[in-house]
Design a protein around this ligand. Sequence first.
Ligand code: C2E
Ligand code: CA
Ligand code: CA
Length: 765
Amino acid sequence: MKSLYIILFLLNIFGLFMCVLAIGRSKNKLAPFLNLPIISAMFPIAFSMIIVSATSEIVANIGYSVFCASINWVIYNFLMFTSNLTAIRPKRRLWHYLACCLIGTDSLIILLNPLTDTAFTVYPKTFGNAQLYYLPLYGTYFYLHLTISYLICLAILVLLLYKMYRTPVIYWWRYLTILISFLVLVIWDGISTFFQTYVNISCIGYSISAIMITVFTLAVKPYVLIDRMLRYVVEDLGVMIIFFDLDRVPIYANDAAISFFRLQEEDFTASVYGALKEWLGEENVAKGEFAEREQVIEKVHHGRVYHLAFHWHEMVLHGRLIGAFLQISDQSEYHSNLARERFHATHDALTGLYSKEYFLEIVDQRLREDPETEYVIVASDIRDFKLINDVFGREAGDRILIRIADKIMELSTEKALYGRIGSDKFCVLMEKSHYSDQLFIEQPKEVAYVDDHLRYPVICHVGVIDADPSVAAGILIDRCYIAISQIKNDYERRVVRYDDVMRKQMLWENRVTGELDDAIRRKEFVPYLQPQIDKNGKLCGAEVLVRWQHPTEGLIMPGRFIGILEKNGLIAKLDSYIWQQACVLLSKWQDTELSELPLSVNISPRDFYFTDIFQTFVGLTQRYGIDPKKLHLEITETVMMTDVDRRIELLDKLHGAGFLVEMDDFGSGFSSLNLLKDTDVDVLKIDMGFLRESADSERSKQILLFVINLAHQLGLHVICEGVETREQLELLTEAGCEMFQGYYFSKPVDVEMFVEELVPKYLKR
Ligand code: C2E
Ligand code: CA
Ligand code: CA
């Protein structure tokens, strides 16, 4: 029987030894704290073997004392472990010190027991099968010792209970193992102490709990906890999840799936299948198709458009299918954001028409893909839109833009595309067969004014071009705007077609503008002279007319560049140069037979804005020492139509300085007779051109004669230009015209020819 106990104890020690090995290998951070309680638990077991096998009282006494003393250390070491496990470490040093002193003193007293018998005495007793065992007879001190043991146990219990009180139930398993093993242990120990079995095997309890705690601490995985957590994840995932078993019977759905599909618990399988059929189609579900592929379904559900992504996952464990789950994510927001983003990227926010980049892209694409249809591109531009914005405010501007966009949309044809390609610029690509100028000429009344109560006119200019598929949309549109730029200042014309002539004109304009400075520097502009003849046939003056001796283009007439330079204001540069050339000539002629010959120079209306006319001419005559009366200044009627007071003042000043002013092209423009009343000019220059161009020449002739007459009555001299025939000359002479200029006498010629051929011919008469 004794040997049975010995084997039992040895097995225990072996078990504990295995625990020590396991702890050594474990990476668990609690493992090092387990070593002490486990190793110390070997002592009571080892000394239990001594007690069982003792043959003398003294050996048994020593055995019991070491047994009792070591038990307290075992429990204390468990307390330390519990403290680490629960992470409750009250002022550790002090407590540790106190406890060690207390237990140490107790151990000392107990260990001295074989000499003192303070705690117990040992007596032999024979049991049933005649085996002799030594049993303790406890003295008073022993109960003190026992109290210390129970106090340490109590501390363990308090720590565990406190910790459990503070932690969620799902974590209790950690503490319950220790709690239960300790409770059992204490009860077991109590029973064996008080009801004195012949061998105290309660130490086995220590080693069993030590082993259990080791196993729980190091090996056991918290499956319940993991399970709970996984379930939580599934609920919290933000996607809907439905689990299916091997037979595709739904076994679980998370809350998201239950509430979205309104699944019923009582009729779970049917309601899951009902929902799947609704979304994936009856046939697909019947065929098990929902399980085979991943798909995004768009569907109106409870009045909203949903995009649900169905994703089927099969779960395989050790190579065998154990089930599957359907993951359903609601991508509606993503899709609607995507759609919104796409819309914003391709559409103009204000009008909802296509944005410039997108419009260009789809126009190019359309022209490429539909070569059968003939298209035109129509581009529009609002006259002075910046001004409208500035004066009436951005909101008014925006309202106009929206109204125009709406109107453009109303013109919608089957294949038309619309874009807003600039702040006030719209573009339409439409079938040529549907286009007519009329569509765009008559501006609808909705967009004719800024507002109903703001009757400021909104004028839309429109440029049209045939959409040539081989030319990029961007270039075609640019050409529309080139066309529009040609009619920008034209109040009458609203629609203009771009053609090649226009393109060449644009290129030419750019060239003229770009080359002007160099051309002046290289003296490419030369003054030509056209003689002016009096009624006796004698040379009485000459008009200076510019020619451009272009290095590659040859001789260029002023008609090809004056207008361009007038448009951009550069004319002032050229005119100053030409006036100077005229002065150079006059000063050269001063001591020759031509000393009395005056020269007429042209002053463009734009010069009045860009030069100080008075200062310039006074400066020139002084610099070249010229008598101002030899310089005749040709101005046009238009000059006198704006800023009248200042212009009249200027004329007075010029007169005062001795210059002679001629009213050029009288009869070709507005020709207000009223103007003559206020304008103090010296000579009226009448262009015969209108006689040539007029259908009713007899009537025109009468008007001509009348004007000459009127001029004389106002005390003005008259010079007629454009005289081409003898008849004209005779008619004009009869009418009292004093001077003539025209091809009849000579075309404008260069200075050399003028001096060498015309002067001898006309001067000496
Ligand atoms: P303009 O001032 O009316 O000049 C008269 C134009 O009539 C000249 O054309 C002249 O060659 C042309 N002409 C003269 N006699 C006849 C004729 O019998 N029959 C016809 N059909 N035409 C005749 P040009 O030289 O081509 O000049 C055209 C216009 O260019 C001028 O018209 C003038 O407005 C402008 N221009 C010429 N030179 C200058 C200049 O230096 N400065 C400025 N600002 N303008 C100039
Ligand atoms: Ca002239
Ligand atoms: Ca003229």
